[in-house]
Ligand binder design. Structure first.
Ligand code: ATP
Length: 324
């Protein structure tokens, strides 16, 4: 293998830069030319492809976002779009691809590989942590820590004024961020898409609040089945029906995507990036390089996108037991 390309796609995640750096430097170390594709699949279709050197990735390991930019591409979902992308890959003589992104990115990579046979390996770059085949995804740890910092601050004001705070965190289809920052932030309740939300028990508990606690933190994943934090707060407020209780909502939003990656994310990103290049050299393809139980593991894209990474049962139990 003489030439490979790397790109980032889907939602950006802190640590993507550390992953790009690892891909570029591992490739150069192994005597392989490496190209950066800007703006994900759109950049592939448009031929936004440039050769990278070791210094192209200097001073980026600590930066959030992605120097290669990210995009969501409607055109790549079409056969015609993917044909154009293949033409660009062929013209540049690229023999292997590293795709950094989430499950959507891997869906695209799998179809592309099956149609055109360019060996491709993915690295799990998404804050959601919802990808089968890796214990953690690149960006998740940073996102949780960012949310946690905000929750700690909100807790101060919640306690000072005896307020009930509903805090919305990211996670359209996944409750991992909500669950971990709920545990770490000492939340009374966590509402996530994977489990049915028990509004009745929340209302009951909040009605009794003054007997046990003065304030409450309730973490809501944005994809919860009962609606947004604002919608849930209004439903609960109406049912609690106590003018002495003050209800507030904070939506953390995009701050969760930004910021310097944590040490965990930088190390994970570096390991996955190196493993992706080594995998390509060793003939692996149509799979993702992740870390399971401390070891690098290659998992077929079909499993990464087709299987569900189950939430840990003890995580859910922790919230219930520790919030009494
Ligand atoms: P995140 O988890 O952060 O949202 P993601 O990689 O899942 O990241 P998506 O927007 O779902 O983000 O996917 C990224 C891109 O992958 C899409 O914009 C599209 O171009 C491509 N893609 C997704 N699914 C398919 C598919 N079935 N066929 C072809 N391309 C796809």
């Amino acid at each position: 293998m003489k030439k490979i390309a790397v790109f980032t796609s889907g939602g950006d995640a802190p640590g993507m830069n550390a992953c790009i750096r690892a891909v570029v430097r591992t490739a150069i170390f192994k005597g392989i030319e490496v190209y950066g594709i800007s703006y994900g699949y759109d950049g592939m279709i448009e031929g936004n492809i440039k050769k990278m050197q070791s210094h192209s990735v200097s001073n980026i390991i600590q930066r959030g976002g992605t120097i290669l930019k990210s995009a969501r591409s409607e055109e790549f979902r079409t056969v015609e779009g993917r044909k154009k992308a293949y033409e660009q890959i062929r013209q540049h003589g690229i023999e292997g691809i590293v795709a950094i992104g989430g499950d959507g990115t891997f869906r695209g990579a799998k179809v592309f590989y099956e149609e055109f046979g360019i060996p491709t390996i993915g690295c799990p770059g998404t804050i959601d942590n919802d990808i089968y085949g890796t214990d953690y995804t690149i960006g998740f740890d940073t996102a949780v820590n960012t949310a946690l910092e905000a929750i700690d601050k909100i807790r101060d004001t919640a306690a000072a004024h005896d307020r009930i705070f509903f805090i919305e965190v990211m996670g359209r289809d996944s409750g991992y961020i909500a669950l971990e920052c709920g545990i770490g932030g000492g939340a009374e309740f966590v509402m996530i898409p994977e489990t049915e939300t028990d509004l009745k028990s929340i209302v009951k508990s909040l009605k009794n609040l003054r007997k046990t606690k003065s304030s409450s933190i309730i973490v809501v994943a944005e994809g919860d089945d009962e609606g947004t934090a604002e919608v849930i707060m209004n439903k609960v407020k109406e049912k609690v029906n106590d003018p002495d209780k003050e209800f507030k909502v904070t939506t953390l939003g995009h701050i969760q995507r930004g910021g310097n990656p944590t040490a965990r994310d930088r190390v994970l990103a570096s390991r996955c990036g190196m493993a992706a290049v080594e995998g390509l050299i060793n003939g692996e393809s149509n799979c993702m390089a992740g870390v399971v139980n401390g070891d690098v593991v290659y998992t077929p894209f079909a499993d990464c996108i087709g299987r569900t990474k189950e939430l840990k049962a003890d995580h859910l139990k922790l919230i219930e037991i520790l919030s009494i």
